[in-house]
Design a protein around this ligand. Structure first.
Ligand code: ATP
Ligand code: MG
Length: 255
């Protein structure tokens, strides 16, 4: 672990010590380019956890590493099970749903087709209809747009569709990469409110990468700050908000 992590505080772990996700000494990159240099973090069961950090820090790469999309060294454990070096479909079967940067919806397909695709690794087909209803409950606007191509939706609606599709997996862990990207503040706030409701009603653990640190720290119980491939600060949202360097770099004011 690097010095700043030591100075400013390594991950003290979730309250009660009930770590649902444990990442240990995780290294990842693309070919010769190394991006993550030994990431250590924990996420508590049922927690909303924010990952903050500047552009290029490796936030997207970290989520890709968690969902099996890039090669890694180190360990990723979910509820005690080793997910390290498993392919993405195996990770999805373990209950990890990833809403990627840029949303990953299939534009020519309809809203309904996109939602049904989200259930692809599920076995019990009978429950899919009930899940569609459940998702319309969270995102009523999607019900009105079922037959429309995803490409015809507004940016906010597309992000709702991407999250809805991820929920079709009945995830235990939901990974969200920059859900606010390109959205108006009011739409972003609404999205985060829905994510909070999902977290409360379904006890889904959420890891959200977010540029809007104010908003992320409002909904998250804890947060980790990633800089140049290393976690430099971990703690409760209050503690992160009170950190002078975080305030200057991400919140736009001095503590
Ligand atoms: N497919 C790729 N091939 C090669 N290098 C990549 C690839 N994707 C990302 N990188 C590099 O990895 C580093 C980390 O990128 P990453 O996308 O994880 O950062 P990030 O923290 O998500 O940034 P942002 O806030 O801009 O989304 C960057 O230097 C980037 O150029
Ligand atoms: Mg990114």
């Amino acid at each position: 672990m690097n010095e700043r992590a030591g100075e400013r505080g390594a991950d003290p772990g979730p309250p009660g010590g009930d770590a649902f996700l444990t990442v240990t000494d995780l290294h990842a990159g693309y070919g010769e380019a190394r991006v993550l240099h030994g990431v250590n973090l924990t996420v508590g069961r049922g927690e909303i956890c924010a990952i903050l950090g500047p552009n290029g820090a490796g936030k997207t790469t970290l989520l890709r590493a968690l969902s099996g999309m890039v090669r890694v060294r180190g360990a990723v454990r979910l509820d005690g099970a080793d997910l390290t070096r498993r392919p993405p479909d195996a990770v999805a079967r373990r209950g990890v749903a990833h809403v990627p940067e840029g949303r990953g919806t299939f534009m020519p397909l309809t809203v309904e087709e996109n939602l049904r695709l989200g259930a692809f690794v599920r076995r019990g087909r009978g429950e899919v209809e009930a899940d569609l209803e459940r998702i319309h409950g969270y995102f009523p606007v999607l019900r009105e747009r079922l037959r429309q191509p995803a490409g015809s939706l507004s940016g906010g609606e597309q992000q709702m569709l991407a999250i809805g599709r991820a929920l079709m997996l009945r995830p235990r862990l939901l990974l969200l990469d920059e859900p606010s990207l390109g959205l108006a503040p009011i739409v972003t706030r609404e999205l985060f409110r829905i994510v909070q409701t999902i977290n409360e009603q379904e006890r889904t653990t959420v890891v959200v990468v977010e540029q809007n640190a104010h908003l992320a720290l409002d909904v998250a119980g804890r947060a980790h700050v990633l800089e140049t491939g290393r976690i430099v600060l971990s703690g409760s949202a209050e503690r992160i908000r009170a950190d002078e360097q975080v305030a200057q770099s991400y919140l736009g004011y001095r503590v």
